[in-house]
Design a protein around this ligand. Structure first.
Ligand code: FAD
Length: 489
C-alpha cells in the first residue's frame, strides 16, 4: 500500500484524503491546529455559535459526491435557500434576491427599473460562460498539455472570443444595465473570489451563475457541518488526522523526491506528499529556497476580510441569512482595497445570520451576527485601522437599519487578516489565494503538482483552480486523479 502524507486539514486536504483513501492509499493528515477545517471552522461564545469563515455554500453536489464515493451512511443535510440575499442601498432602496429567477427579475424591474428580460438574459449568458469553460478551467489540470487536445477543452478554446476576456466585469455590466445599482449588484460577485470587478475579466460574471442558476444552500447545522462531515468521512475511510502537528520541514532526497515529513521533531516517511497549505508557506518555510517558483509567488493576492462576530440580543425582521449593506461609491471601495491598500471609510458590509435558519445558533430572542467587510490582504496595518473599521461599520449599520446596534451587542469577537494568517498560514490573510484581476490569472496559479519535486501534489485555495469551497473541492479531485495516474505508470 502506498502512503500519502497530507499537510493541512482544510477542505482541500480533507477532500483529497477521502478520495485517496477510497483508492486504497494509506493517508495521514498533519494539522497544526487542534481542530480541523482551517478557514472553515467555528466559534462558540456564551450560547452563540458562529461559522468563522465561509458563509455562502454553492455546489453541494461536490460534497455528496464524496459521501457517495464510499457509500457512507453519514448524512449531510442541507437546504436550498428561497431568498438568497437582502440588498440595502445607501439611498434606502431595498431588494430581495429570490432564488426564483422570474421573481428576482421582477424585483429588479420594480426596485431598480431594469428591463426584466435584460436581467434574465444576463444570467443566461453567465451560465454560458460557466458551461463553456468549466471543463477547461475547473475539472482538470491546466498544466498538462494533453488536456488541451480533447474535445471538451476545444469547446472552451473555440468560444474564447465570446467569453468576455477582453472586457471587465464592470464594463460588461455597465453596458448591460441602465441602473448603476444593478451594476453594483452584479459587480459584487467579483468579491466571491476576492477580486476587483473593475479589473477582473467579464468572464468572472460566471460566478453569479452558481448562485442564480445552481442555487445557494445552507447545511442543516451551519457551514461548519461541511468540515465535521468531511472529518467523519475521512475517519470512516481510515485516514489518520494528527492534530497539533505542524509540519516543520519536508526532507528532500537527492533525486528530487520528498522522503519524509518532519513534525514535532519526528520524521515520517511517505511515498507521496500533498500540501493543502498556502503556497507561500509551503515554499518559504518547508522546502529548500532553491525550489521557490518566484513568478507564481509574485501574483497579486485576493482581498482579505475583517470580521466581527456579534451576539445580538434582539431580532431584526428586516434581515435574512445573507445581507448586503452597499457602499455608496463602489469604485472607490475597490480602489482603496487593491491600489491604496487601505479600507475605505464607507465599506460594503455583509451580515450573515445563521440563527435565522439554525435556531440553536443563538439564545431565544437573539441573533448571531457575522459582520464582514473586505479589507486588503496582509498588512499589519489592520491593527491600526481596526478601531476605525468598527466605528464605520457601527455608524453605517445604525444609519441603514435605523437602529442603535451597540445597545444590542452582548458578545464580541473579531477576525483580522493577521488572525487569518496566524490561524491558517494563508499569505497576508488573503481569503482566496491569488486574485482574478487579470485575464491570465487562471494560468498563473500553481499547478496541482510540483514540476520539480516528483512526489509532491498541491490542493487548496492558493492553487489551481482557485479559492472558495467548490474550487478547493475541485482541486482535490484533480490532484487525486494526478496521483492515481502517476502511480499507475
Ligand atoms: P485552509 O482552510 O487554508 O486550511 C489550511 C490548513 O492547513 C489549516 O487548517 C492550517 O492550520 C493548516 N496548516 C497550515 N500550515 C501548516 C503546517 N505547516 N503544518 C500542518 N498544518 C498546517 N469560501 C466560500 O466558498 N464561500 C464563502 O462564503 C467564503 N467566505 C469566506 C470568509 C472568510 C472570512 C474566509 C477566511 C474565507 C472564506 N471563503 C469562502 C474561502 C474558503 O474558506 C477557503 O477558500 C477554503 O476554506 C480554503 O480551504 P483550503 O483547503 O485552502 O485550506
Amino acid at each position: 500500500t502506498k502512503t500519502v502524507g497530507v499537510i493541512g486539514a482544510g477542505i482541500g486536504g480533507l477532500a483529497l484524503s477521502i478520495r485517496l483513501a477510497n483508492q486504497g492509499f494509506k493517508v495521514t493528515i498533519f494539522e497544526k491546529n487542534s481542530y480541523p477545517g482551517g478557514k472553515l471552522s467555528e466559534l462558540n461564545i456564551n450560547g452563540f455559535r458562529f461559522d468563522k469563515g465561509p458563509s455562502l455554500f454553492t455546489m453541494p453536489a461536490l460534497i455528496d459526491e464524496l459521501t457517495n464515493l464510499q457509500g457512507s451512511s453519514h448524512k449531510f443535510e442541507y437546504q436550498k435557500l428561497k431568498v438568497i440575499t437582502n440588498y440595502f442601498y445607501a439611498d434606502g432602496t431595498q431588494l430581495k434576491a429570490s432564488a426564483n429567477l422570474e421573481e428576482f427579475a421582477t424585483e429588479v424591474h420594480l426596485k431598480l427599473d431594469e428591463n426584466k428580460q435584460t436581467v434574465l438574459k444576463h444570467i443566461k449568458r453567465n451560465a454560458f460562460y460557466f458551461k463553456t469553460t468549466e471543463d477547461l478551467f475547473l475539472r482538470q489540470s491546466l498544466h498538462q498539455l494533453k488536456n488541451f487536445i480533447n474535445l471538451k477543452t476545444a469547446k472552451g478554446v473555440l468560444f474564447s472570443p465570446f467569453l468576455g476576456l477582453w472586457s471587465t466585469m464592470h464594463k460588461k455590466n455597465e453596458k448591460t444595465f441602465s441602473n448603476p445599482k444593478t451594476v453594483q449588484l452584479f459587480n459584487r460577485f467579483a468579491t466571491y473570489n476576492g477580486s476587483n470587478p473593475y479589473k477582473a475579466p467579464a468572464l468572472m460574471n460566471m460566478i453569479s451563475h452558481l448562485e442564480f442558476n445552481l442555487g445557494a444552500y445552507l447545511p442543516k447545522k451551519g457551514m461548519h457541518q461541511i468540515t465535521t462531515h468531511l472529518v467523519k468521512l475521512a475517519e470512516e475511510a481510515n485516514v489518520e488526522i494528527k492534530y497539533n502537528s505542524a509540519v516543520e520541514t519536508l526532507n528532500i532526497e537527492s533525486n528530487n523526491r520528498i522522503a519524509s515529513i518532519k513534525s514535532n521533531g519526528v520524521s515520517y516517511p511517505f511515498d507521496i506528499v500533498a500540501s493543502d497549505i498556502d503556497i507561500h508557506a509551503l515554499y518559504n518555510y518547508l522546502l529548500p529556497k532553491s525550489f521557490i517558483p518566484k513568478k507564481l509567488l509574485q501574483q497579486e493576492k485576493s482581498s482579505s476580510a475583517y470580521v466581527f462576530y456579534w451576539g445580538i440580543n434582539k431580532e431584526f425582521s428586516v434581515l435574512g441569512l445573507h445581507n448586503i449593506l452597499f457602499s455608496d461609491d463602489y469604485k472607490k471601495e475597490f480602489d482603496y482595497l487593491f491600489s491604496k491598500q487601505f479600507p475605505t471609510e464607507d465599506p460594503t458590509i455583509y451580515i450573515n445570520i445563521t440563527s435565522k435558519y439554525c435556531k440553536e445558533d443563538a439564545p431565544e430572542g437573539c441573533e448571531n451576527w457575522f459582520v464582514m467587510v473586505n479589507v486588503p490582504h496582509n498588512k499589519s496595518e489592520s491593527i491600526h485601522y481596526a478601531a476605525a473599521i468598527r466605528k464605520n461599520v457601527v455608524d453605517k449599520i445604525n444609519t441603514m437599519l435605523k437602529t442603535d446596534i451597540e445597545k444590542y451587542i452582548i458578545n464580541e469577537s473579531t477576525l483580522s487578516p493577521i488572525d487569518i494568517e496566524n490561524q491558517t498560514s494563508s499569505f497576508g490573510g488573503s481569503l482566496y489565494g491569488n486574485s482574478s484581476n487579470n485575464k491570465f490569472a487562471a494560468f498563473l496559479r500553481h499547478a496541482n503538482f510540483s514540476s520539480s519535486i516528483k512526489n509532491l501534489f498541491l490542493v487548496g485555495g492558493s492553487v489551481h483552480p482557485g479559492g472558495g469551497i467548490p474550487l478547493c473541492l475541485f482541486s482535490a479531485k484533480i490532484a487525486s486523479q494526478l496521483i492515481v495516474e502517476q502511480e499507475m505508470k
